[in-house]
Design a protein around this ligand. Sequence first.
Ligand SMILES: Nc1ncnc2c1ncn2[C@@H]1O[C@H](COP(=O)(O)OP(=O)(O)OP(=O)(O)O)[C@@H](O)[C@H]1O
Length: 295
Amino acid sequence: MEPLPDYKQMTPEVRDRFVRLKRRPVIMEGIRVCKEFPASDGPRTVLKDVSFRLHHREFLSIIGPSGCGKSTLIRILAGLETATSGEILLDGKAVTKPGAERGMVFQKYTLFPWLTVCRNVMFGLETAGYSRDGAENMALQWLDIIGLEKYADYYPGQLSGGMQQRVAIARALAPQPRVLLMDEPFGALDAQTRAQMQNYLLEVWHNIDITVIFVTHDLDEAVYLSDRILALKANPGEVNEVIEVPVPRPRAPDMLLSPEFQATRRHIDELINPNRRAQKPDFKIINMVGTRNYL
Ligand SMILES: Nc1ncnc2c1ncn2[C@@H]1O[C@H](COP(=O)(O)OP(=O)(O)OP(=O)(O)O)[C@@H](O)[C@H]1O
């Protein structure tokens, strides 16, 4: 097998893309964000000095070991949680509470089960000040964009998980936020639906003026979707590295096998699981029943 290239190697086209990306205005910025939660033995630092810059129409993923503070960070960006110190700026203004400029999609299906699909999408629009008729027209346009116009009068429970997440994306995007914040949005979907949703999200992102921050556990998902990846380390959650993904756009499923994709994936895996290669699995139960005798 050919050795993998250095994950920092990129074609001149991809390098140019990053030069142009970093020239675009900064939409959202984290400046030395810290978060402490109270614990029985005193305050526990979950996030420490997390700084980043998100440029207009960038797709940034946040990845890191379990419990490193990914969800806490995205909740702070959404204004659902406050930072203990540091600052979040959106278009240069401090974020202190939720606002219409930020749409949010969570892992668990968060549609209102008692409202129809159309009324669910209308909800955010009416909250943003649209009249009922205006909200209905806009919601129907969004259902058309996401290919679910035939389901406008269905209730969420009558839709598959993937369809529900498409409605959740439409609901978040309909009020035209500046930034879409997504916390493991495809984490509850089966592998095939998840792959379809990734392509679907890329298509939506490609076609509308939106900047995305995406939390995931899944390394392939992070590399496949992102321009850059903010890799956190745990205890406390600090920035480990910001990785520029060398895979060209537009992305397509066969790119998962490309050397640059695999090199980036392997590098992130090593960042997140530095001891994995040194660890030997400890199968006590197998040893107990003497399975070794049969190997
Ligand atoms: N409200 C809270 N009060 C106290 N501790 C909290 C609170 N919310 C989160 N934590 C703790 O902060 C740490 C980070 O949690 P968080 O959910 O942000 O991590 P994560 O990286 O998203 O985890 P995972 O990958 O497992 O989803 C965890 O140890 C969690 O127990």
